[in-house]
Design a protein around this ligand. Structure first.
Ligand code: PPE
Length: 324
């Protein structure tokens, strides 16, 4: 994926041309990784374009900023409106959405406080993260020699730009060794997550994923898959997973906004299950894509329609009626 280089980017409340959306090299974020961000997706549904779990993404953004003591003058409604405005301004049908809150330009030195807190929202078309083939055939990955963030070093629950230095080490090692992605363990040796995805395994029809205490990001796709799996009657358990449990699992898969639901067919050159997308993964993939593409009723109230507020309100009302 490379950028088309056109379109409008939201910067501190103004929509500016792609080429003009620049910041100064002395900005704090460039030197010290002082930024937090989000990644959400807007899908084209039969009722119009809809952002998947917009509110949950914006809550996580606000919480990431809170952890890093960044104050930005937008509340949840403000963020929601800004994202929708940016998607609309770019007339996007389906896109990836990247809001970013960062420390800007005033003074260098580790102390971030003198610098202004700025924000931007970019949208662009981003296809299948690990390739369209991977969604069907599965992908080949390795366990990384890099561990995920240790507790009390960098906060894994914050989606901070700084965390992605660790992600890049994991990803580069995997690519250099001929794999598409790496799975990092936590510092205790339990399975944590991919460089930009949560991980699940299936054994004897039970679904397992590591808990938040295993240094994982609280993925919104992860939460959606747990919910959809339970809707389908599966037992889902959040528990520490030893590395070798992955090797002998029936199925493994990644989840993430960018990666969506990607089957894993081998780990460290060990075939997982049949070495193909397994039936549970396939069922969850179908359930996930049916919801995001608007092919089934939005019973959880996960879709925010971009261009037609009526459809959005109707679906919300339906969801709360179903829950009640
Ligand atoms: N763990 C990490 C480390 C992570 O970066 C992501 C998302 C997830 C788990 C899954 O979270 P969620 O998207 O809420 O289900 N990674 C984002 C950025 C990927 C990138 O390359 O940039 C994403 O998927 O949008």
């Amino acid at each position: 994926m490379s950028f088309p280089g056109t379109g409008l980017i939201w910067m501190n409340g103004k929509l500016v041309e792609w080429k003009d959306a620049t910041i100064h090299i002395a900005s704090h974020v460039v030197h010290y990784g002082s930024g937090v961000f989000e990644g959400a997706r807007c899908y084209a549904t039969p009722k119009g374009s809809a952002v998947f779990r917009l509110d949950e993404h914006m809550v996580r953004l606000v919480n990431s900023a809170k952890i890093y003591r960044m104050e930005y003058p937008l509340d949840l409604n403000g963020w929601r409106d800004a994202v929708l405005e940016t998607v609309r301004a770019n007339k996007m049908k389906a896109c990836y959405i990247r809001p970013l809150v960062y420390r800007g330009y005033d003074t260098l030195g580790v102390n971030p406080f003198p610098n202004p807190v700025n924000a931007a929202i970019m949208v662009w078309e981003w296809g299948a993260y690990l390739g369209a083939d991977a969604l069907e055939q599965g992908t080949d990955v390795k366990v990384s020699s890099w561990s995920r963030l240790a507790p009390n070093t960098l906060p894994a629950m914050a989606k901070a730009t700084a965390n992605y230095a660790n992600s890049q080490l994991i990803k580069m090692e995997a690519l250099a060794d001929g794999y598409s992605e790496g799975i990092a363990l936590d510092v205790y040796g339990n399975v944590s997550e991919g460089s930009g995805q949560n991980i699940f395994m299936v054994r004897d029809n039970v679904i397992y994923t590591p808990p938040l205490s295993a240094s994982v990001l609280g993925g919104i796709t992860r939460d959606s898959i747990v919910t959809l799996a339970r809707d389908l009657g599966y037992t889902v358990t959040e528990t520490n997973i030893p590395r070798e449990a992955l090797y002998i699992a029936d199925e493994c898969f990644f989840t993430g906004t960018a990666a969506e639901v990607t089957p894993i067919r081998s780990i460290d050159k060990i075939k997982i299950g049949s070495g193909k997308r397994g039936p549970v993964t396939a069922a969850l993939q179908s359930a996930f894509f049916a919801v995001v593409n608007g092919d089934v009723p939005d019973t959880h109230g996960w879709l925010t329609y971009v261009y037609a507020d009526e459809a959005h309100l109707r679906d919300r009302a339906q969801a709360s009626a179903t829950k009640a």
